[in-house]
Design a binder for this molecule. Structure first.
Ligand SMILES: Nc1nc2c(ncn2[C@@H]2O[C@H](COP(=O)(O)OP(=O)(O)O)[C@@H](O)[C@H]2O)c(=O)[nH]1
Ligand SMILES: [Mg+2]
Length: 366
């Protein structure tokens, strides 16, 4: 084709253009440097207190990081946020997968945001370390809540032990409170000890149940009823309404068998349909009644103080165990001592004493 032709083909390439000055090496390095400069912990705190979600999310990522530098920075941020935390109410929600926890939080969340509440939803999901997913990974069931600017949703960090997730969640609560969230939900699926862990970090603990055939109380984990401040029979709609009412009566009877609690709260049972938004206001009324009672009789503060003590001691216990069992000397001697015990050369008690002494020596020499 003739280049001078009046009608150039679309396939004709124009001459390459020169690299613009702005993308020269110096500029690129400047951009790189800018990107590598992380906000200081003071900046983080300032932005979190302003309710900046981007900074809140980034700070939580620091909490979840295994990098020592990140952890130190996270600690600084948490400490600076502490004076602004503690002002929310913390609600734990548990129940088997499929019972409707996410749908329930969506319904209750919509109800609360219409009352100008700011909500944070966190998750403790020990199963996420197994399947690398998360109960909140499928945010789909909170579709509307996710879009609300007064709602913050954070899935459970995966690949972590329950203890690790628990610590991170407690620290995340502090940051969310500092960012102005006044109602914190913690969703957990009833796996392992996760309900106990959630129970030890919330003010109000809610158990979601389904009405089923037969004895409602069967198949319920021991202890969980004692932990519950309210039992909600969900999916009380269409054909389920009658059986839900029946389940409610049975649970109410069972709850009355427990002695009166120190905080004077009588756990409540009610039914609702999270999907059809029925009975949600009633559930909220129960929660408000609880807070009115415990804030007046000072059990609200008392429970939080007890939880702080629990987490202090729990953290120490865990650290001591980790230090002991991860020590190379202890590991080596543990095997030998086990052999000796099995050959009836020594007793488990003598062995334990020797092993503990090894650990003490290690501490002295540190
Ligand atoms: N009929 C009915 N279905 C519900 C209700 N709440 C939740 N579901 C459905 O139950 C399924 C599991 O709900 P989901 O909220 O994901 O349960 P989760 O695993 O406990 O978080 C979904 O298909 C929901 O639509 C309800 O009140 N009534
Ligand atoms: Mg869910």
């Amino acid at each position: 084709m003739n280049n001078n032709s009046k009608y150039k083909s679309n396939l004709t390439e124009i001459k390459g253009i020169k690299q613009p000055k702005k993308t020269d090496k110096i500029s690129i390095n400047k951009i790189k440097l800018k990107r590598s400069i992380q906000p200081s912990s003071t900046e983080y705190v300032k932005e979190i207190l302003n309710g900046n979600i981007t900074f809140l999310s980034k700070a939580i990522t620091l909490i979840e990081s295994t990098n020592i530098k990140h952890k130190k920075k996270a600690s600084k941020i948490i400490n600076a946020c502490l004076p602004y935390a503690n002002k929310s109410i913390r609600i734990g929600i548990t129940g088997v997968p499929g019972v409707g926890k996410s749908t329930f939080i969506e319904s209750l969340g919509k109800f609360l945001t219409s009352k100008d509440k700011k909500i944070a939803v966190l998750a403790i999901d020990p199963s996420s370390s197994v399947n690398k997913g998360s109960i909140l990974g499928d945010k789909t069931r909170m579709e509307e809540l996710v879009k609300n600017k007064n709602v913050f949703i954070r899935p459970s960090p995966s690949n972590n032990s329950l203890g690790g997730v628990a610590r991170k969640t407690r620290e995340t609560i502090i940051l969310c409170e500092a960012a102005g969230y006044d109602t914190i939900f913690i969703e957990t699926v009833g796996v392992g000890q996760s309900e106990t862990v959630v129970h030890s970090m919330v003010d109000f603990f809610l158990l979601l149940k389904l009405a089923g055939a037969g004895d409602e109380l069967q198949g319920i984990k021991r202890g969980i009823i004692e932990m519950a401040d309210a039992i909600i029979i969900n999916k009380a709609d269409s054909d389920n309404v009658l059986s839900a009412k029946l389940a409610k009566t049975q649970f109410a009877k069972a709850l009355h068998l427990f002695p009166l609690r120190d905080d004077k709260w009588q756990p409540k049972v009610t039914t609702c349909s999270a999907l059809h938004n029925n009975g949600i206001d009633n559930v909220w009324q129960i929660i408000e009644d609880y807070f009115n009672l415990t804030k007046n009789n000072s059990h609200f503060e008392l429970k939080r103080a007890q939880q702080n003590k629990y987490w202090l001691l729990e953290t120490i216990n865990q650290q001591l165990l980790d230090d002991f069992y991860n020590n190379e000397n202890v590991k080596l001697n543990l095997k030998e001592e086990l052999n000796k015990i099995n050959k009836q050369q020594t007793s488990p008690f003598e062995s334990a004493e020797r092993l503990l002494n090894i650990a003490k020596e290690i501490h002295k020499n540190k």
